[in-house]
Design a protein around this ligand. Sequence first.
Ligand code: OGA
Ligand code: NI
Length: 339
Amino acid sequence: MGAMPDTIQLDPSLAATKLAAIPIINLEPLLHGTQEEQALAIREIGDACRNIGFFYVINHGVPEALVARVFAEAARFFALPDARKAEIAIEKSGCHRGWFKMGGENLDPAKQKQSGDLKEGVKIGRDLGADHPLVAAGTPLHGPNQWPDLPGWRAVMQEYYDAMEALGRRLLQAFASALGLSSEYFDGWLDAPMTTLGPLHYPPQKGHITEAQIGAGAHTDYGCLTMLAQDEAGGLQVRGKAGVWIDAPPVAGSFVVNIGDMMERWTNGVFTSTLHRVINVSGRERYSVPFFFDPDFDTPVECLATCLGVGEAPKYAPTTAGQHLLDMINASFSYHQKK
Ligand code: OGA
Ligand code: NI
């Protein structure tokens, strides 16, 4: 008798070790503490960004009930038939907004040559009308969202978007302080930051699982900063500096925060953009809600003054936030490659 089709055989290359290397940082002192307490939290955040590039935040001020409503609305959308979801297909958007189907994103194109990630998702950005100066000027990635025809859906997503953007601004202030810059340093590049809410749905995975197709292939995030809410299913793995995969299990009331490539580039590698991947072996649907935080389109991304050691040269050529994101999206979204 052959293997039961429902049993799970994880390829050895997909196993993770259990190390408690991802710190859990309490944001309460950062948001409401004395100056001394804030300084301590900033130090913890800076250490995490320099080391593993990943940390959990708790007591972050975003209400649990709001997070729960976002998950409920995400599940409601993903449960629709594909034909309904296709009404807001990302292919129809001129600014990378809307639904992408299973396999539409491939975060590890070298390994997942045929398949793409085993997930579907929605991209929700800053909702700008045609009369907004950036849209009128034809700025890439700027424009209106596509909203599904589901009563109440838009309001919940927008409320969460606003709450996460506010938290992202606060975290960037902490980053600035941790880098030895004035805490407002990044604020000058946050007039219309390119922030994206991206609910994801991972179906259960069974059978023989290899790197040829998993929920999210090994990747680093493109942008500055990601804040992820994950459900109870687990499956997120982070690759530690020693090259081993570490589980990043669900922690109640937390977001998983990580540094992306743009911030690594901006800080000349002082902050670390770390590989991670998702393998949904929970046997059930998995939902997660990443929020990607990036600055204004025309933000110059070149080595920050405090990140260049004596006698060191910048490791990366200067770019802009917008150009960096466009380059990265072109590399991982199938529909975008033709553009
Ligand atoms: C991502 C990502 C992790 C998750 O979308 O970049 O890493 O748990 N997601 O969905
Ligand atoms: Ni990621």
